[in-house]
Design a protein. Structure first.
Lengths: 445, 445
């Protein structure tokens, strides 16, 4: 008998690979943070002796969810100015609040709040784009969660950096610091084609190639930015990125709500990932991403929540449900984007996009033990004919019972083990008071 | 000081009338099942002495949610055959299962499961359409929840009734039995224009007028049924209903995903209510209801989940969120369907549609004390800038802590007080085993 750290015995295991598989009464053996075996319970009991054994009799185990697009610190701006036209929301509230408040403490407190929410919702890895990524990286490492920290880049100066050189310098220093970290890695995060000019984009492309890092960017979020690009550059943003050499398996193009057939082919041929953020696209009236058509074209599609200011949660279960429901109506076919495919988008496809396809995203031996357990015994998921269907169409975030990242149990029976919830909430309250007072004093645009 | 049954002290009270109001540190005084006063806490303590006093320090009180379209018993078929094309889903799975299983016990067990789910999600009143409504009525009355029981009518024989006469006879007997019941009332529920012919529809219209009862019907759910109607009747279904005299303030037209400008005017002028079921419309790829245009036209729009087989939950908080998010994208405007309007759809508009506008749907003196409390202190709804926004865009069903119907506390700290959850789940499991075996044995269509 082999000695291992942990044995998780579950009613169902949904490994994501192979597609659609559901294993009854199976167990995960975990040692030194990695999955050692996924086998039937009886066999697991014969083969392994574990220091910790956890029986999850009403639960499904899935790979930890990968949120492929967040601005985590924006949790502090959740719901500050909803139901406004897009430009009034941005220019009258979000941008002024960011100019006034964003700094190291804001990013620390907001990111910690976001991580607490994500863990309670079963997310174990997030791909973040925000200012002061060195703070987010420190918070994520401290919380034991997996982060792809965006080395942000934008044409104008902010509290974080004064210009392109400083953005690059700080980003690369961050990459240097974390390049051997087991949980945190970096990616380039040029904000969007309309906020980053050609020269820094060329530099990003060269560096991303050289360092073999992903590249995380908003692309074709709205029709307006496409029209603006045609005015300014004589071409659509995607074409511009293509000519700059940015389309590649390293690129995560976020949103992509306005994409024609030729562009879909271009994206597919280049190996670019699309990150679909359906709730943000709905809330900001950005448009409808044609997810099923993208999948049919062979594109890797991942899933993200976007920031809490435009969602207003970081709930990947809810995001899967919205994605699956919406795709059917957009595609005009009730069989579009089935539950198992949206679950892959929220796990393995996100992992692949981040260059972590061999490390996380499915429950396979040798991968890190990033695992989420959901209690499907609640009446909201009864009767239960199909665990994957139930997970996507009926389960709520409150049914996430336990979360492990690299074998460490970060959520235990719905309690956070590494984060101090009381303190996180106190700091959120303090920010709320300051931010609300300033927002009210600012008045209408 | 006046003696009352109950005083509820809440951090926020959101009465729905007037539109958008949020009252800080207010209290509801409840006596003999009805709201006696809604006043500031200090004043409440001076004016009333209560046998029960409940302090809800992190909570918002809202009117109990009104689910304006359900097939409650179908909870037993939740998730039985998802992600299939519409006709394969109906003809291969749902209809055969219904033919085989629907009877008094099925309706009893399924409706009880549904009521338990609805109460845990803050719903206090539901408008149901299913077979054996006398069983649903008995279950609802026993559970203490408010029901509008549909006197179902359909052209073909079922286990419930052999033909039009028997449907009418049973329906009217049910109405007679419950006409003075405080919680249960009846409405006519002819299934749809494509399943009920002109003669019984004329009879429904006369009876609904005579008895002053609402009329609950699927209308323009899909494009296909409109084309079929043009083939069979030479007109669109709504025009046919109009000529039959069915459009009136008594009619709840459910779905209405395909409606042109003229039809919207017709609906508005007649006072007909539209019941919007966004998640079902998405899941079955039925189309997009133009909710904001309907509201702009002056139409009363209510909200429903539809049955759990096409949703797959009865979560009205989730339904509000989907409705508000989707309306923005469909309307192309991030300010469409603001949170306070979708909350009115889920409460007062539903009450009005059912002829209960003076009885429930808002927190006003003299109305029944149908009240839902939500704990907004969870980290998923922090920080909190706007309680109504938070309720619609960030709160989850798990944040519903307490529910009262006519002053009776049916959910207390998330525990059902009148229903035996263990027994309900055991019966759901037994159905699951039988139904799944038969569905598997039936094989593909």
């Amino acid at each position: 008998m082999r000695q291992v750290d942990t044995l998780l015995h579950a009613r169902w295991v949904i490994p994501v690979e192979p597609r659609g598989a559901v294993l009854d009464h199976h167990s995960l053996a975990i040692d030194e943070g990695r999955i050692v075996a996924l086998i039937a319970r009886a066999e697991a009991r014969r083969s392994f002796q574990a220091r910790n054994e956890v029986a999850l009799e009403r639960h499904a185990l899935i790979p930890g969810l990968v949120n492929a697009h967040t601005h985590a610190a924006m949790n502090l701006l959740r719901g500050i100015a909803d139901d406004l036209p897009l430009m009034e929301w941005l220019q009258g509230h979000i941008w002024p609040a960011e100019r006034q408040w964003v700094g190291e403490q804001f990013v620390h407190d907001g990111t910690q709040l976001a991580i607490a929410e994500m863990l309670r919702g079963g997310t174990t890895c997030f791909n973040d784009m925000y200012f002061f990524p060195e703070v987010s990286a420190r918070v994520a490492a401290g919380a034991g969660v997996r982060l792809c920290a965006g080395m942000i880049l934008i044409d104008f100066p902010t509290a974080y950096a004064g210009g392109a050189d400083e953005y690059f310098e700080k980003g690369l220093a961050l990459h240097d610091e974390y390049k051997h970290h087991p949980l945190v890695r970096c990616c380039f995060a040029p904000h969007a084609p309309y906020t980053v000019s050609d020269e820094p984009l060329r530099r990003v492309q060269v560096l991303a190639d050289e360092l073999d890092l992903p590249l995380h960017m908003h692309v074709h979020e709205t029709g307006g930015e496409i029209n603006d690009s045609i005015q300014s550059f004589g071409k659509r943003p995607l074409q511009r990125l293509h000519e700059l050499g940015l389309l590649s398996p390293s690129l995560l193009a976020v949103h992509m709500t306005h994409v024609d057939d030729n562009e879909r082919r271009l994206v597919a041929d280049s190996g670019t990932t699309i990150v679909h953020c359906p709730e943000s696209n709905l809330k900001l009236a950005s448009g409808f991403c044609q997810v099923q058509k993208c999948l049919d074209a062979g594109i890797n599609v991942a899933l993200g929540t976007d920031g809490a200011a435009s969602n207003n949660d970081l709930d990947m279960l809810g995001e899967m449900r919205t994605a699956a429901l919406l795709a059917k109506a957009v595609h005009g076919d009730a069989s579009a984007l089935p539950a198992c495919d949206v679950l892959a988008m929220a796990t393995l496809n996100g992992a692949r996009a981040l260059g972590l396809g061999d490390a996380i995203g499915s429950l396979r031996p040798c991968k890190w033990a990033d695992v989420t357990a959901l209690d499907l015994g609640a009446l909201e998921t009864r009767p239960l004919y199909d665990p994957i269907s139930q997970l996507v169409y009926a389960a709520g975030r409150e049914q996430v019972s336990d979360v492990w990242v690299a074998g460490q149990r970060l959520l235990k029976d719905r309690q956070l083990t590494q984060l101090d919830l009381t303190e996180i909430l106190q700091r959120a309250d303090a920010w709320q008071a300051r931010i609300a007072a300033a927002d009210a004093a600012r008045g209408p645009v």
